[in-house]
Write a new protein. Sequence first.
Length: 179
Amino acid sequence: HAGPSNKKIEVQSITKGITTMILGLALQTGKIKNINDPVINYYPDFNGGTYKDKITFKHLATATSGLPVEQYKNNYLDPGNIEPGSGSHYHNDHTKHLAHALTYIYGESLNNVLKEDITNKIGAKVEWAESKKTVIKNGKTIPVVHGYAFTEWTATDLARVGWLYANNGNWNGVQLLPV
């Protein structure tokens, strides 16, 4: 009988931190040169509305992109489509777009990136639901995860991620995340 620490549960907005962790990996490995770079420079299909040329990875990671609310409109105050950086408006669309961009940049599902670069190395298991959305890179159709929710973890495995952060991205002497 599995105790509560070994029971897998679905977490929602904690997943936003997992998506931004993968952004950190992309910065560490040089897939993205600077967090202040416009997303469209790396992801030509970025559908960021009126300000798509100005929205940076930092804007998406910090909920300051100015994007209107598309997902779960009744749950969030919708700023409309406003100038990026003009204020923080918490909703799911920032990290949804970030997941699309990172999927394009990596050329594979973020499920694979997370498992290969982090969870397999720290002995954690995760299930991350893929949306019905895809991105296409070099003719290859790639499934996109929900960047804002729908990961399943045990408390122990999620604690491993917390321990990784508590140790500045270092796991048993190996630097997995940027400092």
